[in-house]
Design a protein around this ligand. Sequence first.
Ligand SMILES: Nc1ncnc2c1ncn2[C@@H]1O[C@H](COP(=O)(O)OP(=O)(O)OP(=O)(O)O)[C@@H](O)[C@H]1O
Length: 252
Amino acid sequence: MQVNVEKVELSYGAHQILKGIDFQVDKKKFVGLIGPNGSGKSTLLKAIYRVLKPDKGAIFLNGEEIEKMPYKTSAKKLAVVSQHNYYNFDFSVMQVVLMGRAPHKKNLERDNAHDYEIAQNALKTVNMLDFSNRIFSTLSGGEQQRVILARALTQQTPCLILDEPTNHLDITYQLELMDIVKKLNATVISAIHDLNIAAMYCDEIFVLKDGKIYEKGKPREVLTRDLIKNIYNVESQIVDDQDGNMHILFLK
Ligand SMILES: Nc1ncnc2c1ncn2[C@@H]1O[C@H](COP(=O)(O)OP(=O)(O)OP(=O)(O)O)[C@@H](O)[C@H]1O
């Protein structure tokens, strides 16, 4: 799934957040979206997953404009793992994960054995199968995050949008979640705060600043001392480990 964002502008009232965003994410590429707090990462992702409508510009999935697609069609192409997942009802973990099957079902069609099998496999993948009957709202933040990833996997889409997916996760599960997503071989666009995680997993990094894409490219090209100073006003040092992988050290 190729994703194209063209000249996207978006404001909240008089406050313009996105000031003309243009990029292309090629099929099966893992793109990390970085930028300071409040730079508009979530806003941009929400425009891609259709919670917000751009004031100007357009977003295309494989060349097809999302605004012209029924929601069910875009939900078969694109799944979302966002930061906040509240439910007003006491849904079980299995019920939450089965929601991922909704775009594949006709109105009022019941979940069948095939849907359950897909949901169980997804829960197994995120190590949450034992929690199937628990009430979602009683889970810890990290457990909920893994269930929401299972719901997205159950949706079986070629593209995943992740908004800081490793929030709430301890380091084991941060790496595990990123490994799971990487192995899907899907097109991924993920807002990421942790620059080392971004460097480890992303094919490309897009930097959002002042409502525009300030820089984009491979992690090593983008995540330089100068850029980190410009964007975050923090001194850093880039070091390579014995396997040649880059790591960013932050200096006081
Ligand atoms: N519904 C809203 N109404 C008004 N302003 C909003 C709304 N949602 C977000 N904003 C503002 O838009 C700006 C961009 O917010 P956004 O959540 O997209 O940033 P972000 O880069 O994802 O930030 P963070 O890294 O802190 O999660 C912020 O200044 C925020 O206060």
